[in-house]
Write a protein that binds this ligand. Structure first.
Ligand code: NAP
Length: 318
């Protein structure tokens, strides 16, 4: 048995699994403070959790800067938000599965004149079959993990200079599907049999591992970074998959899922509540602090992944 597998088996605790099951039934804590005059950046605001979260922040007075892939949906969102609330809603179009678009989105954020008060990494996909991007990278890895890594990496100096910001990565309890950890030598799923759940779990585990290092980088700077599971909620996720998956989702999965409003409330609480001001480097199930699975807390792997991510993201040249 591999050394890491033995290590993780020892570290797994049943109490954490029971806690997760119990927490899955809880409602999020609610923050009622307004967020007027603040700027919130959110990726994937055109559907599901991102859409309701964008509306929640707008309702509470925040201006929005959305990073979306679809122009028509973005324009519709802008019209809806600006006509319903007295806030601004700008957008930048980027396909977060393409490195060039991720870099241009990150550069656009770095160049913003105003402070970024909250940065929400929300965009995501669920793919039952592997898809490879124009950069020859596995799509789930890029959208869920590399896009967040590159944007956080490039924003380090700006956010530190502001002395305040809250980064929230929309992760998932699904990180637990990568039960024996990520394969640092095959992040792209070229050497192993791909499965939608395992690839999703690995990408969300990678996101949690990157949080360990970003938390160190931002320590004492006023910038916090946390990851959250937004609940198992009914959204448009998985629409890229075939008819069998969509039928199963519509007829079975969707009937067990909770309304998306809980995700928006939870993200708002983590981003706006005073009690969260100095909390960083944690994983939340909605708004309940929880221990991630052992592979997602492995600092040794986090450091290896960091180096690998810089290579994959061609960050040394940017
Ligand atoms: N739903 C759940 O129960 C659940 C549970 C745990 C975690 N999550 C996480 O929650 C986040 C949001 O998911 P959701 O359930 O709200 O799904 P969703 O309804 O499918 O929304 C996903 C959003 O991401 C955008 N997006 C997808 N691929 C993109 C790309 N390549 N570039 C830019 N934007 C892209 C989508 O844009 P379009 O509108 O153009 O499609 C959409 O705005 C994801 O990170 C997901 O892993 C969801």
């Amino acid at each position: 048995m591999k050394k890491k597998t033995r290590q993780y088996i020892k570290e797994y605790k049943w109490s954490n699994v029971w806690a997760m099951i119990k927490n899955n039934r809880k409602d999020p804590k609610i923050c009622t403070d307004r967020f007027s005059g603040k700027l919130v950046v959110i990726t994937g605001a055109t559907s599901g959790i991102g859409y309701l979260t964008a509306k929640k922040f707008a309702e509470m007075g925040a201006d929005l800067f959305c990073i979306n892939r679809n122009l028509d949906k973005s324009e519709k969102l802008k019209q809806e938000i600006e006509s319903s609330y007295s806030v601004k809603c700008k957008y930048h179009i980027a396909d977060l599965s393409k490195l060039s678009d991720i870099h241009s989105a990150a550069d656009t954020l770095v160049a913003l004149d105003s402070d970024i008060d909250v940065l929400i990494h929300n965009a995501g996909v669920y793919l039952t079959k592997p898809e490879y991007t124009e950069d020859n990278l596995e799509k789930t890895l890029v959208v869920h993990y590399l896009s967040t890594f590159i944007i956080n990496y490039k924003l380090q100096q700006k956010l530190k200079a502001q002395h305040h910001a809250r980064i929230i990565m929309v992760g998932s309890e699904g990180h637990r599907f990568a039960a024996w950890g990520i394969d640092i030598n095959d992040l792209n799923w070229r050497k192993r049999r791909y499965s939608g759940l395992k690839s999703y779990g690995s990408a969300k585990t990678a996101q949690l591992l990157s949080m360990i290092i970003f938390h160190d980088i931002f320590q004492d700077s006023g910038v916090t970074i946390n990851t959250m599971h937004p609940g198992a909620v009914k959204t448009e996720t998985g629409q890229e998959n075939g008819p069998v998956y969509k039928w199963f989702k519509r007829n079975f999965l969707d009937k067990t899922l909770r309304p998306v409003g809980i995700s928006a409330d939870a993200i708002y609480f983590l981003a706006a509540d005073q009690s969260m001001k100095s909390v960083s480097g944690r994983f939340f199930n909605l708004t309940t602090d929880e221990d991630p699975a052992p592979p997602a807390t492995d600092r040794e792997v986090a450091e290896e992944l960091w180096k690998k991510s810089i290579e994959l993201s061609i960050l040394n040249n940017n």
